[in-house]
Design a protein around this ligand. Structure first.
Ligand code: BGC
Length: 749
């Protein structure tokens, strides 16, 4: 705590009755059983008017200079939390208004979308998921927390744990992909990373896990689009990552824009009360997404804003994001008896508890130290951490004749493509205070890593939205390539093309990029293509015309250096796809864990007409879930089971020996999948149940050993109740969802 603020803080604490709480004599039996923390909250609550209570539930957007109206709102105690105000000095000023000049004196909770970094930007979450490296992901969230808290932010709207199977949905970039198991373990790692292992340190960024639930099912991948998905899908696919985040200690959940069972999440009592609080045991704070209270009127489930508020309160929403409806209309509803004061008080308690968890009730200013902010932002160690996860996120999809890593003797390399020198586009949609000028472009990264190489650059085509412009630039690019030994193409999408509101119907690279590559391929020079994108694109033609193909995603501030490390072999790629890459966009949604059907496609059969496949495109994806190449080669032994029989109260082990048969050290992500031979409902053909990262020296062998427990076999029966059936199971271990050794075991009493 800084000296000059101590007097003010002490005055605040006394005025608010906080300091007395330690010696405070309980007034009734209820308070006598309260913890010190609860007493602190009750003391504050008892000093608030109806209007001030409603103000605590209001999350107001104040970006840039606060207007006179904003200042007035804060002074009237109508602002409980703020979104979009960042920076230690700026937020200190706003906090002073709230603590010293407002009628309630209660500190503001500053909230923000710190999704994958604040100033030092990590790769997009989908990219990080491709690392399958939970520790690297946790450390990346820690960097974001360290920087955001130093810049005066207390809570982030992350992790986003929605599962999606539709790459047209722009928000796929913010997910961990298509699989609920991978999404769940990553959700827990991110909560732990942001919250820094504790809920009471100044580096602790509280998490608000989102969007509860089923937002990722948006129909046709169009953002915000409502889909009538089943209760089974809700429970099997969408809820598990939320449960993982809750178990990891997330104190806040944000509701989805979308609906479940046709009732918008903002009004959905079954979803938010029965399931979230009742079944999943969540006891923390629930907030709306942006203006979803008035959205209830727009979608036609509430007749006016008052009705909307009643419904949102009944569904258990404690904070109203951005709409100011709670702040302005709730007191009247309480006076009219349409909402009880008890309901209002419970919501305020949740907000105060969050402020307490952030430490604000003890020291409202502890996040606003400008010196600390300067030291933490963009520090060398933060940059090193995000470069590490960026390198681990890259997925090598093709490497014909081992074109990569580059031969150190190459003297001339052409770097072609509209994203070769891009900086802003490497940051991704949620780049907060990330400054494009701080970003290492891929061109720059290659130059840094290969100082003795001559580079020949041309953009090849322009990216002007989705228009097919810039054909006149192609010949110039071809000329550059002719002067070089080989070419690195940097293709992909611009930052704004994915992210929120960034859905696309086409999954082909925008503009004339496919045509550009085709023209370059005619030079017959070896081609490495690097893809910068927030979603899986249909890379079928791109792969055909490239000797090597690297998925770099939107790799963040240090992205160019990470791409260069992969090119030179300083980092041997180890990423594996967290989402299927289709061979044709008409295959979408396409995912590895589809349900068994009667008309199974059999690649070896002569006549596959009467199967669940298309007549005009192959059945398989271009690149399956879990796929990714390395410069090393790994060989897998057969699976060794400790027993072919698993008892209901026991466990068995399944192991493989993986050998690095190459002469370069490398990392393999060993994946475990299970399938039940017979179940009471149709089940996925396989489900990811575990994975192990092996770092193998050249020629080294290591054992990957999985413990198999009956809980891994649990599923929802026809009545949607959890069950585990005795019977036969197939077990698969391998390097992707499509390259697997298999074995069988049975479960018995
Ligand atoms: C998004 C949320 C985000 C919020 C605040 C909404 O439109 O759906 O994910 O946290 O805005 O920016």
């Amino acid at each position: 705590m800084r000296d000059n603020s101590f007097k003010q803080i002490a005055a605040y604490l006394i005025a608010a009755g906080v300091l007395v709480s330690c010696t405070h004599q309980p007034r009734d039996n209820r308070s006598s059983s309260l913890s010190l923390e609860q007493q602190q909250i009750e003391t504050l609550l008892s000093g608030l008017t109806l209007e001030q209570k409603a103000g605590q539930l209001s999350l107001v957007a104040i970006g840039g200079e606060p207007s006179d109206e904003d200042i007035d709102l804060i002074k009237r105690g109508m602002v409980g939390s703020i979104i979009k105000a960042n920076g230690a000095a700026n937020n200190r000023y706003l906090q002073e208004l709230a603590v010293e000049h407002s009628s309630s004196g209660i500190p503001i909770l500053f909230q923000e979308d710190v999704i994958h970094g604040y100033k030092t930007i990590s790769p997009i979450p989908l990219a990080e998921a491709a690392s399958w490296d939970l520790e690297a992901i946790r450390l990346s969230a820690e960097v974001a927390a360290r920087e955001a808290t130093a810049a005066g932010i207390h809570l982030t709207y992350a992790p986003m744990v929605d599962v999606t199977r539709d790459p047209r949905w722009g928000r796929v970039l913010e997910t961990s992909g298509e699989d609920l198991y991978l999404a769940s373990v990553i959700a827990a790692a991110r909560v732990e990373g942001f919250q820094n292992g504790s809920t009471n340190s100044a580096d602790n960024l509280l998490t608000c896990t989102k969007h509860f639930a089923g937002y990722g099912a948006a129909l046709a991948g169009r953002d915000y689009n409502i889909q009538d998905f089943s209760e089974r899908e809700l429970r099997e696919v969408h809820l598990p990552p939320f449960q993982a985040a809750i178990d990891a200690g997330t104190p806040c959940i944000m509701g989805a824009y979308t609906a479940y069972n046709a009732v918008p999440a903002t009004a959905n009592i079954e979803l938010m009360q029965t399931i979230l609080r009742g079944e999943m045991g969540f006891q923390g704070l629930v907030m709306t997404d942006w203006e979803t209270i008035p959205n209830l009127v727009k979608t036609g489930v509430a007749k006016d804003d008052y009705d909307a508020i009643e419904q949102a309160m009944a569904a258990g929403y404690h904070i109203d994001m951005a709409s100011k409806r709670y702040a302005t209309l709730l007191p009247q509803l309480v006076r009219e008896g349409r909402i009880s004061e008890q309901q209002l008080d419970d919501a305020v308690r949740q907000v105060l508890r969050l402020k307490q968890q952030a430490g604000l009730l003890d020291d409202p200013y502890r996040y606003f130290d400008t010196q600390r902010e300067q030291q933490k932002l963009l520090s060398a160690s933060n940059l090193a951490t995000v470069k590490d996860v960026a390198a681990k996120s890259m997925v090598l999809l093709k490497n014909h004749q081992k074109l990569l890593p580059l031969d150190g003797t190459l003297s001339d390399i052409a770097v072609i493509g509209p994203l070769a020198k891009a900086q802003e586009d490497l940051l991704g949609w949620w780049s907060m205070a990330g400054d494009p000028d701080d970003v290492v472009s891929i061109y720059q990264g290659l130059q840094n890593a290969l100082p003795n190489t001559r580079f020949h650059y041309a953009p090849g085509v322009t990216l002007e939205g989705f228009e097919k412009h810039g054909a006149a630039l192609i010949p110039q690019a071809v000329e550059k390539v002719k002067q070089a030994d080989m070419v690195i193409m940097v293709l992909g999408e611009e930052r704004w093309m994915s992210g929120e509101g960034g859905s696309t119907a086409s999954l082909h690279l925008p503009g004339l990029q496919e045509q550009l590559l085709q023209a370059i391929a005619e030079t017959n020079k070896p081609i490495v293509t690097v893809i910068v994108a927030g979603r899986p694109y249909v890379l079928t033609d791109i792969a055909k015309h490239s000797d090597a193909l690297l998925m770099a995603w939107m790799p963040g501030t240090t992205g160019g250096d990470a791409v260069a490390e992969v090119h030179t072999g300083a980092y041997n790629p180890s990423g594996k796809l967290p989402i299927t890459f289709p061979i044709h966009q008409g295959q979408v949604p396409l995912f590895y864990s589809y349900r068994s059907t009667s008309h199974v496609f059999d690649a070896g059969a002569d006549n596959n007409r009467y199967t669940t496949t298309f007549r005009d495109v192959p059945h398989e994806p271009l690149y399956p879930f879990g796929f990714g190449l390395s410069y090393s080669e790994f060989s897998y032994s057969d699976i060794l089971l400790s027993s072919p029989t698993l008892k209901r109260h026991g466990s068995i082990s399944a192991q493989v020996t993986v050998e690095n048969t190459s002469d370069v050290p490398g990392r393999e992500v060993v994946q475990l999948y299970i399938r039940a031979r017979v179940s009471s409902v149709t089940r996925p053909v396989k489900e990811l149940k575990g994975f192990i990262l092996l770092d193998l020296a050249a020629g080294e062998s290591q054992v990957a050993r999985f413990e198999i427990t009956p809980q891994m076999l649990e599923y929802l029966g026809p009545d949607l109740k959890q069950r585990i059936d005795n019977g036969e199971y197939e077990l698969f271990i391998g390097s992707s969802s499509a390259e697997l050794q298999n074995s069988t075991f049975s479960l018995t009493d």
